[in-house]
Design a protein around this ligand. Structure first.
Ligand code: ADP
Length: 173
């Protein structure tokens, strides 16, 4: 059952004891505010060095590094779209950010992965619409793949957690 493999938690993603956490990065991969800043602070300066060597990432794609001082073995850096009204391909780019992150997790044999609510902070993507894309892409991926075994959506605040919980409740059995 795919739904048993999806969890929702409220908290700080840097504290997750999982194989891989996903970072909502910007295309430079050189760090920013929000969850990106928190991950770089917790992982230490080696993470920035590893990102510098990668040299950037286009919107809708993902890149992987180690997690350094984090409990997580890996950080998967993905670049979600900046919301620009909804007719600039934002939905497809956000879906692609989730899908390429999950592919990297699978290819590195990560059994457990945690995602933040990509693009819903500074990038302004409407929360409910983003949540539906996050959940739909994850369900579709897990249906077709044994890895990752579990995906946790880590919500920073109660409103985000409630939106995720209700999106999961709406899934067909
Ligand atoms: P983006 O630029 O992709 O919108 P943000 O970091 O601004 O990324 O926001 C994405 C989401 O991450 C928001 O819901 C924000 O509240 C949340 N967030 C911020 N810090 C953390 C954290 N330490 N752990 C989990 N989620 C976080």
């Amino acid at each position: 059952m795919t739904h048993d493999r999806i969890r929702v938690e409220q908290g700080d993603i840097t504290q997750q004891r999982v194989d891989a956490i996903v970072n909502a990065a910007n295309s430079s991969l050189l760090g920013g505010g929000g969850v990106d800043g928190a991950i770089h602070r917790a992982a230490g300066p080696e993470l920035l060095e590893a990102c510098r060597e990668i040299g950037g990432c286009p919107t809708g794609e993902a890149r992987i590094t180690y997690g350094y001082n984090l409990a997580a073995t890996y950080v998967i850096h993905t670049v979600g779209p900046i919301w620009a009204g909804g007719d600039q391909g934002e939905d497809a780019l956000l879906a692609s950010a989730y899908r390429t992150s999950l592919e990297l997790a699978r290819d590195h044999e990560a059994a457990s992965v945690a995602f933040p609510a990509i693009s819903t902070g500074a990038y302004g993507f409407p929360l409910q619409r983003a949540t539906r894309i996050a959940v739909d892409e994850t369900v579709a991926f897990l249906e077709g793949n044994e890895l990752p075994e579990t995906v946790t959506f880590v919500c920073f605040d109660a409103v985000t957690r409630e939106v995720y919980e209700s999106a999961l409740r709406e899934l067909p059995d």
